[in-house]
Design a protein around this ligand. Structure first.
Ligand SMILES: [Zn+2]
Length: 395
């Protein structure tokens, strides 16, 4: 959507929300504005150095799934503790999470609020840095610059809750244009939508926007919007894959190319189209995306969306495996076991399945155990040795 029409929609929404006696938006364009804001603010992330020309990067859905354990540290905390806790309380109530405040020395937190005095650069004020560990557990870390505590705490907490992108076009606390210091009607709705159980961490764009539409219209109706609201937003969702192609994938956005590959190949909220899925996987694979390379390999080996040509699939699995992709490593093991695209080689099969099992790739351990009785002790020994000395290429 062009910047101009985005701005018009944002103004229309603001006016609608200001109309007295109107409990909730009721027009198609208002519903679409919410969806637009949702994908812009949730599904992009700002580059490492905003303002330095970095393009926003696409990402998958991120949200907090456990009760918040909050630890607070740093200078001037005593003066600001109540205000910060008030803001945490408000946000957690909206999203339906509970929170406890830990002792400052208890490092088992999943949200660290750090008051921060040094300003390494002029535009530094507050910021957030979230991490996700190997078990998928999320830890938020927000840095609050004490003189700006009121302006930026809600904004940084929104980052910690999963909204990744600072975006100017809508009146939200994430906007660097509107500069709201507290939650706007758009923020309130986006929080409720993200924390609807239909929105799951790790969801890719097309399934996420589809689930967001369903959650959004239900909430609007629950707030008093007329029943026909339930039908709204379908046009937006229907046009969404085309928009992704036109605005992102065709322009070389590799992550979106890969997401289109998954959506078409696995019918993620759109009709299955394995040929289209292969096309987008192939483009992303050629640009180096490990997940897409694994899928191109599997597609060529098994003839999914393209004529089967197993020997052509093996190099794609190897390129992906060299980046450490668990699915590629597993499928390479299966190819050596079954002799698909390569001569059967039980030792290589053992090696790749053992590496995949160590990464907990789905199906790897069971297939490794089924392989073992067919091997000699010496073959197992050699397979273990090769698995033990294997490392992904350093990036
Ligand atoms: Zn921000």
């Amino acid at each position: 959507m062009r910047a101009f029409s985005r701005a018009v929609l944002a103004i229309a929404l603001t006016m609608a929300l200001a109309r007295p006696g109107l409990a909730a938006p009721v027009s198609e364009s208002e519903v679409e504005t919410y969806l637009q804001a949702f994908y812009e603010i949730l599904l992009f992330t700002t580059g490492q150095n905003p303002g330095e020309g970095n393009q926003p990067q696409p990402r998958v859905v991120g949200k907090v799934t456990e009760p918040l354990r909050v630890r607070m540290i740093g200078p001037e905390l005593d003066q600001h503790r109540d205000l910060i806790l008030q803001k945490i309380k408000r946000l957690t109530e909206i999203v339906g999470l509970s929170f406890t405040v830990l002792d400052a020395r208890d490092e088992s937190e999943n949200l660290l609020v750090e008051m921060y005095h040094r300003r390494p650069s002029d535009n530094f004020r507050c910021r957030a840095a979230n991490t996700v560990n190997a078990r998928g557990q999320r830890r938020g870390h927000v840095f609050i610059y004490p003189p700006a505590v009121n302006q930026c705490t809600t904004h940084e907490l929104m980052h910690a809750l999963g909204f990744a992108h600072d975006y100017g076009k809508f009146d939200t606390v994430m906007s660097y244009v509107y500069r709201s210091t507290d939650l706007t009607p758009i923020d309130l709705m986006l929080l409720r939508v993200l924390y609807d159980p239909r929105l799951k961490p790790g969801m890719r764009w097309i399934p996420a926007i589809t689930a967001a539409r369903d959650a959004l219209v239900d909430k609007l109706v629950a707030d008093g919007a007329p029943p026909e609201t339930v039908e709204m937003g379908r046009r937006f969702v229907r046009n969404f894959p085309e928009m992704m192609k036109r605005e992102f994938a065709e322009k070389g956005n590799v992550e979106i190319q890969a997401q289109l590959g998954y959506a078409y190949t696995f019918a993620e909220a759109i009709p299955k189209d394995e040929i289209a899925g292969y096309y987008w996987f192939r483009r992303a694979a050629e640009a180096g995306n490990a997940g897409a390379q694994a899928n191109v390999g599997v597609s060529l080996i098994y003839g999914r969306g393209v004529s089967a040509d197993p020997p052509l699939g093996i190099p794609w699995l190897k390129r992906s495996a060299a980046q450490g992709h668990g699915g590629a490593i597993f499928n390479l093991g299966m190819a050596y076991r079954d002799g698909r695209g390569v001569a059967p080689d039980p030792v290589e099969a053992y090696k790749w399945l053992a590496v995949a099992a160590a990464q907990r790739a789905s199906g790897a351990e069971a297939n490794l155990q089924r392989l073992v009785p067919q091997l000699t002790a010496a073959q197992i020994e050699e397979g273990k040795r090769r698995a033990g000395s294997w490392k992904p290429d350093s990036p």
